[in-house]
Design a protein around this ligand. Structure first.
Ligand SMILES: Nc1nc2c(ncn2[C@@H]2O[C@H](COP(=O)(O)OP(=O)(O)OP(=O)(O)O)[C@@H](O)[C@H]2O)c(=O)[nH]1
Length: 306
């Protein structure tokens, strides 16, 4: 955000040769914490609290307890005040104000004409608001991401889509007395893969696995990212034997893709698959059973369907 959208429009308050007392009165009446000094729209100087204090101190030092009524603005102001261009970002302006310990900063346009003024407090408040907004946006994006129906990395259904479809599948299977199976697929020794080849190549390997699965699965089956490096397939209208054959085809296709994996037993990337083809209570129970089978497949040596 640029400061021109939050600055307060301002114009020159007095010429340098004008009477200081008059400027002071004007500042008090208008509750201005500084005076902008110059001609037309060109800024020559500024009068801020510190300038007035310095002037008072000088009067005391000269043993004049009161400033002279003849005092001009030029006697009090400081020249070459720090100005900001109107296109400066709020952050940059805030840093400038903080570093230079400036409470108020005049704002100028391309031709160096005074167009406004901005205070450090205003900059800080706007910056905090922007940060809050940014955080809220990040939160919303995260939520939207989790609600998305496709997983961005693997280009398969998301976990959210999986839950919607499984609920539907459960209701449909009950109504039609049809059967479906769940296959839970997990890449073997994938931690080793990431450790050995790095996370980016790990992502690529996951994309390859998802591609192979999409290629060899039956048309009617749907694939989802269950979480992490785990993939879930809903196999429609299928009994135990058929589900096993379909899962075995996927397992073999991944092994035969020969994706190098030096951190695994076979030196190629393989997967273990846990199946649940029996009718359990709810889809959640079926996922649990598939997960148990997957655990067993890992225990029994990996690269297998159970
Ligand atoms: N690159 C990448 N890695 C991921 C992603 N999601 C999960 N992982 C990694 O996958 C690994 C899974 O490791 P573990 O659950 O310990 O299992 P494993 O090493 O595959 O071992 P087994 O499953 O027992 O064969 C972890 O290192 C995760 O960081 C992802 O999106 N990208």
């Amino acid at each position: 955000m640029k400061i021109k959208s939050i600055m307060v429009p301002a114009k020159i308050n007095a010429a340098p040769e004008s009477n200081f007392k008059q400027l002071l009165n004007e500042m008090l009446v208008n509750n201005h914490s500084c005076g902008l000094i110059g001609y037309g729209s060109k800024l020559h100087g500024m009068v801020v609290a510190r300038d007035i204090m310095l002037m008072c101190q000088q009067s005391f030092n000269n043993e004049n307890c009161f400033p002279s009524p003849e005092l001009t603005v030029a006697d009090v102001m400081h020249s070459k005040p720090f100005c900001l261009h109107q296109d400066t970002s709020v952050y940059e302006a805030l840093v400038t104000a903080k570093v230079n310990q400036l409470k108020n900063l005049p704002v100028v346009d391309d031709d160096d004409n005074l167009v406004g003024i901005i205070s450090q407090t205003e900059l800080l408040n706007t910056y905090i608001d922007l940060m809050d907004l940014d955080q809220a946006l990040r939160k919303t994006n995260k939520k939207l991401e989790s609600l998305a129906l496709e997983d961005a990395l693997m280009k398969i259904g998301s976990r959210h889509a999986m839950e919607i479809d499984l609920k539907y599948k459960q209701a449909e299977a009950k109504r039609n007395k049809s059967s479906y199976a769940i296959a839970l697929i997990d890449v073997d020794f994938f931690k080793n893969y990431n450790d050995h080849y790095g996370h980016q190549l790990g992502d690529k390997a996951l994309q390859s696995v998802a591609k192979i699965i999409k290629k060899v699965k039956r048309k009617s089956d749907r694939v989802y990212r269950y979480g992490g490096e785990e993939i879930l397939i809903i196999m429609n209208d299928i009994e135990q034997e058929g589900a096993h054959l379909a899962a075995e085809r996927i397992r073999a296709a991944i092994e035969q893709a020969n994706i190098e994996h030096l951190g695994s037993k076979l030196n190629v990337l393989t997967v273990s698959i846990g199946l649940c083809s029996q009718k359990a209570g709810s889809w959640k129970d079926m996922v649990k059973l598939a997960d148990l089978a997957l655990y067993k497949a890992k225990q029994e040596g990996r690269n297998r369907v159970l």
